[in-house]
Ligand binder design. Sequence first.
Ligand SMILES: Nc1ncnc2c1ncn2[C@@H]1O[C@H](COP(=O)(O)OP(=O)(O)OP(=O)(O)O)[C@@H](O)[C@H]1O
Ligand SMILES: [Mg+2]
Length: 296
Amino acid sequence: MITENLELARVASSTNAPAPLMPNPQNRVEEELREVRPTKLSIEHVSKWFREGVVKTHALDDVSLQVDEGEFVCLVGPSGCGKSTLLNMIAGLEFPDSGTIMSDGKAVRDTGRDRMVMFQESALFPWLNVLGNVLFGLKLKPNLTNKEREEVAMFYLKLVGLDRYAHSNIHELSGGMRQRVALARSLAPNPRVLLMDEPFAALDAMTREQLYGDLQAIWAARKKTIVFVTHNVREAVCLGDRVLLFSPHPGRIREEFRIDLPRPRDINSTDLAHYASEITRALKQHRAEAKTEVAD
Ligand SMILES: Nc1ncnc2c1ncn2[C@@H]1O[C@H](COP(=O)(O)OP(=O)(O)OP(=O)(O)O)[C@@H](O)[C@H]1O
Ligand SMILES: [Mg+2]
């Protein structure tokens, strides 16, 4: 609190303008803490079609979603319901046919280092070693000397527990280690938004559990906004503040669950299992309804 008050005092004294009628700094800090978190990502009425020859796929239909700064949102749904398409549009890799996607109040028109994507397959460069792969992500960050880049890369390798492997070749690493390198590479440019598309799907259960712990710690410490796609309901409940259920043909958001469990969460806890079974029941229900709609 003392530091925050000093900070406010410094901001106030650094301007030559007449001093405004300032409320008590302590009240101001408390007021700010009470303020609602700003919306980081705003997806409004987004629809997307893919056309291949005469085949037209309605991938997403009228999808709207607001994600707050620092929020962890998980997207769950059957194959083909448009989860990756939505993530790619937030990343600026694809564009909606109608509707808008805004990041920090600005329309997304391109990729940017404020929004980094991490895919299911780590997509690391096999001709670069571990450090080289993380440094590659830092190319997006201008105004750094080579030495500073290396320091930043090593910081993130340490964060994911791989600093000892900085000079290893990619083919010498296990699948879990590769995903950790990919995570370090996505984190290194310090994006405010991390978009993760089934990043742990190919890993064994033990490695996944470790990474759930690591990711929750990194998210809490580095204040990221995360949109995370998964087929695994327990994983979604373990990680998300909210879990959104999608249904396919066309892809739509059908239901939203707020997960009020303390963190860090243990994927094997009973409370978590209750949420997971409720969400799985809802998924099955939506699937049955979709089948009935097709039959009708
Ligand atoms: N580049 C593309 N060209 C044509 N159709 C596409 C393309 N990308 C996606 N689609 C179609 O759009 C729909 C949504 O695909 P998407 O990959 O977003 O689904 P998903 O929910 O991520 O599925 P999964 O869980 O299997 O990864 C699917 O029917 C898919 O075939
Ligand atoms: Mg996908």
